[in-house]
Design a protein around this ligand. Sequence first.
Ligand SMILES: Nc1ncnc2c1ncn2[C@@H]1O[C@H](COP(=O)(O)OP(=O)(O)O)[C@@H](O)[C@H]1O
Ligand SMILES: N[C@@H](CCC(=O)OP(=O)(O)O)C(=O)O
Length: 366
Amino acid sequence: MAKKRIVVKIGSSSITNRKGEIDLEKFIDHIQAIASLRAQGHEVLLVSSGAVAAGFKQLGYPSRPVTLKGKQAAAAVGQSLLIQAYRDQLSKFRIVPAQILLTRNDFSKKERYKNAYATISELLERGILPIINENDTVSVAELTFGDNDMLSALVSGLVQAEQLIILTDINGLYDSNPRENPSAKRYGFLSAITEEILAGAEGTGSNLGTGGMKSKLIAAKTALSLGVRIFIGKGSGSQKLIEILEGHGDGTYIGGETLASVNSSKQWIALHSPVSGKILVDEGAEQALIFNGKSLLPAGISEIKGVFKKGDVVEVFGPNGLLGKGEVLFSSEDLQQVMGKRSDEIEGNVLFSSIEVIHRDKWVKA
Ligand SMILES: Nc1ncnc2c1ncn2[C@@H]1O[C@H](COP(=O)(O)OP(=O)(O)O)[C@@H](O)[C@H]1O
Ligand SMILES: N[C@@H](CCC(=O)OP(=O)(O)O)C(=O)O
């Protein structure tokens, strides 16, 4: 089998027990499976939850905390326990792990986004196993929304992984929550995540995890949009990840044969960039952007809203609504001077180095 880049996401319920401890049996099973996958030559990145679930007991709580400060304190205790356990167990296979703690802000600042990519690439090149988690002690949204599923999708896109494997406590996605509906049916394969499928998925069932199936599906939708296939399910034994990769996993596979990968600039614009302004365009420009794959030129622009700099990201609206987002090559001030003008009226003007307002390579459809 060709060498692949795989992101494995392990949920809290698959690492810890209800007492607030790492479940060593489950834990070692994952380590052996990761070691086997790497032994086949695949590159592996791990997104590991479990800091809160592994830390609350040593913090002195009888059960998983519900307050924000309790969760954040538990995560601070648990994260070090987790990494210690990873180091101990991985060393038996001579695998060196690296801890990476990220917040959503690390994706919205372009410099940080690029740095994260550069660091992860360097680690992979050197054969290190990156172990990624949310930086829970400072990340408020994560603990409220259980974003580790989304984090794994974003990481998969960032590193252009071939597959995201989400390991959880249930063997895949069902048409309704099987813990409440015994006749729920499992999906073996899905080519897309529809509204109907999302409607059948609920929150967490284990009280160890946070997001439940719904957050996995929203994450899967994002991963798909970035060209990454997904598996959601469970397994056991040292061969489980290899079996999943070979298509024999116990769970749900999501994503068809033809998935287009998205370059990192477009990913950043689509998912992470702050929006600095709005540009309104006419029907001709809408046609060019949406159907003809062209860049946006000044001639089609009818109005500019907001103040933005060259290199900022703006939303573009057509006569019928939002068309997409793109990185502008003009400031709003300069754009005021050229909007509505044909390219031959601008060409040669030394003030403007470009006649494209948004280049097609820096444009993403809504
Ligand atoms: N339609 C569904 N199919 C499968 N599981 C579902 C569905 N709706 C809700 N769930 C629940 O989602 C849970 C998995 O999510 P979660 O507890 O957050 O796990 P993890 O800790 O691995 O992220 C399952 O145990 C199940 O109870
Ligand atoms: N970052 C948190 C993860 C939150 C959580 O429980 O996520 P999950 O088990 O993946 O639904 C932690 O490490 O505890």
